[in-house]
Design a protein around this ligand. Structure first.
Ligand code: GLC
Length: 625
């Protein structure tokens, strides 16, 4: 007998969106989901009821114009039957959760998302560099391979900001250790990469190897800081073999991990931490419901803490960055609704499949409207072998994914851009360059997301909530309010239909003007994407950057070739918390025919810019700073 039973009426023309990372298109009508953080690496599809994250937030639209949000805050396993058994009913049920839920009202998706975001907490403010391109593989075998990846990126002039080290850098998969033969000196490696403008990110797994005289294991056991069953440490298997699970419900464990992370960041000079297997994943069956975690004098059972285990892990890790006055660069696979305050996410183990390319944009958009604006998928696909064409179309579609990382599994073919044809490599470079041009615009969106939860990458219905034609568009996305991306997502296709919402749109590449509210046929060869700028937009851009470091950037260019308009651009140091003390700048640019004005609305950060340029269709206006 379910304890909670919440029934909500749906209609023929209802659309139900949200729920975070589900492996499917945007609209969830007709499906059932279970919030229970799950690591299942087989090819995920729309019939998968559970994935890595449990974000119990739904955005519902019915009768064309009415939108509202529902947040069910329970951490217990929760079932969402969304018009699956009864076409007009949404049923939320759970064995142990309470009946209370939040009904979030507002006029449109954005006002609802903003209210929801104030409830669960604002997303972290990323560093500027985190918007950069990232390269990963399970695993780069040794430090020479890592240096070679860095060298190749620079030689081939593809912008890159981070390289990730997967589990094989460790000594026998033990957290906070490294393999002394293959990675004899990580701090030196970090330093050398830093000179090339690159940061090193290392993975951290939740399970701790059961091994005496391994410092982390000993500390956790001696201080009674692991999850237990029948009064003994609970053991299951993960990458290191037999492993225990830190009791992250206990603040002392979080403090301990904070300390370890801080030391790791300082000593190894690593720039980011990638938290994985924190659902928690376990190879010998799921953890039993009655596994215990003691927090203060209370015992919390696994069925209650499971969905927040990942969050409790990243909380400690993230606070290490804060203590060093650094914005956290923490990525997590498992998450609960409130995790957005501590970490960014990626969507786990996708595959090199066309169907997974098609899911990448709706998945990132669903995460965005569910309070996680900073998200991405493994570009090229994690498992299986990417093909030349698939990688080409993957990077095209994900060019504006807030978190952009190429990552692939051991056993699959190498997926770095130069492992494919020259044409694929050229496209990769072209797309990453394009992204780097749009970085100041993306950074504005990241700041907005941090302030009020507004997503960076959005489904079209988010920006045009009353247009019936866009409610189920899964293959076009908006980057902010002004940029529309329409990539090719099908093997062999060289054309696609394109719907442009109301207004006038300018093709970024051809400068042709299109009338909105209509459908078009778009011809796109390999290496080409549909990219449309809303008429009257002004886009802040950078030029010719190989990596993102604030003090290296001397020119800000406002691209105002899309008609008269105005725009406010935000600037800060891109890494510290001083923006919270008001140390940031705001530039307002206005174009009205031949009149161009640039006003500095706020000037409380010493900018490295030497000049600001405004480009219109007829003139280039340069302002020295
Ligand atoms: C998990 C992660 C994947 C990683 C692998 C090895 O499957 O999702 O990204 O490469 O573990 O650490």
């Amino acid at each position: 007998m379910q304890k909670t039973n919440i029934n909500i009426k749906l209609y023929d023309k209802s659309y139900v969106y949200g729920l975070g990372d589900k492996a499917k298109f945007l609209n969830h009508m007709g499906y059932e989901f279970i919030s229970y953080n799950t690591d299942d690496p087989t090819p995920q599809n729309e019939q998968y009821k559970s994935l890595y994250k449990s974000i119990n937030y739904l955005l519902i639209n019915h009768n064309t114009t009415k939108y509202y949000g529902i947040f069910y805050p329970s951490t217990f396993k929760t079932y969402f039957n969304i018009a699956k058994d009864k076409f007009d009913l949404l049923n939320i049920s759970s064995l142990k959760g309470e009946n209370d839920f939040f009904l979030i009202l507002g006029n449109d998706p954005n006002s609802i998302t903003r209210s929801y975001s104030s409830l669960v907490g604002r997303p972290i403010m990323p560093t500027l560099k985190m918007l950069g391109n990232q390269q990963s593989r399970w695993s780069y075998y040794d430090e020479n391979e890592v240096r070679e990846i860095a060298r190749k990126y620079r030689e081939l002039k593809i912008p890159l900001d981070f390289i990730h080290l997967d589990i094989d850098y460790m000594d026998n998969f033990k957290d906070f250790t490294f393999n002394k033969e293959r990675f004899p000196n990580i701090s030196k490696l970090s330093e050398d990469l830093e000179k090339m403008g690159l940061g090193l990110v290392t993975i951290l797994d939740a399970g701790i190897k059961e091994e005496q005289e391994y410092e982390v294991y000993d500390y956790l056991i001696n201080n009674d800081l692991v999850c237990t069953l029948d009064n003994a440490p609970y053991v299951n298997e993960v990458w290191p073999g037999r492993s225990v699970f830190p009791n992250f419900m206990n603040e002392k464990t979080q403090e301990y991990f904070k300390g370890l992370t801080k030391k790791w960041l300082l000593e190894q000079k690593v720039k980011g931490i990638w938290c994985d297997m924190n659902e928690p994943a376990s190879f010998k069956g799921p953890l039993p419901d009655n596994v215990e975690a003691k927090a203060n004098d209370k015992i919390i059972y696994h069925d209650e803490f499971h969905n927040v285990y990942g969050e409790s892990m990243v909380k400690g890790v993230s606070s290490a960055f804060k203590e060093l006055n650094k914005r956290p660069y923490v990525i997590t696979r498992a998450a609960f609704a409130t995790t957005t305050k501590y970490s960014i996410c990626w969507n786990g183990d996708n595959q090199s499949l066309w169907s997974h390319l098609q899911l990448s944009l709706p998945q990132i958009c669903s995460m965005g409207i569910s309070g996680f604006p900073f998200d991405g998928v493994d570009v090229g696909g994690f498992n299986f072998d990417a093909t030349d064409e698939l990688l080409t179309r993957f990077i095209e579609a994900n060019v504006f994914a807030p978190f952009l990382r190429n990552h692939s599994a051991c056993g699959s073919i190498h997926q770095e851009p130069w492992c494919f044809s020259q044409a694929c490599l050229n496209t990769y470079r072209k797309m990453v360059n394009l992204r780097y041009q749009f970085i100041p615009y993306m950074y504005d969106l990241a700041y907005k997301a941090h302030i009020d939860g507004t997503p960076i990458l959005r489904p079209l219905f988010y920006n045009f909530p009353f247009d019936e034609n866009v409610k189920e568009i899964n293959d076009e996305v908006m980057l902010g309010d002004n940029v529309l991306l329409a990539p090719i997502l099908t093997q062999g296709s060289r054309s696609r239909s394109l719907y442009l919402p109301e207004g006038k749109w300018i093709n970024y590449f051809t400068h042709e003007e299109y009338e909105g509210g209509k459908e078009y046929l778009l011809h796109l060869e390999l290496g080409e994407i549909g990219l449309f700028i809303k008429k009257g937009s002004i886009i802040p851009t950078y030029k010719d950057l190989m990596y993102l470091e604030k003090n290296q950037i001397d020119t800000l260019i406002f691209d105002a070739r899309y008609g008269d308009g105005e725009y406010i651009n935000y600037e800060d140091d891109g890494e510290s918390f001083s923006y919270l003390e008001g140390h940031y700048n705001l530039y307002k640019v206005k174009v009205d025919g031949d009149n161009i004005s640039l006003e500095v609305l706020k000037n409380d950060y010493k900018s490295p810019y030497k000049k600001i340029v405004v480009i219109t269709n007829t003139t280039t206006h340069e302002i020295k700073i």
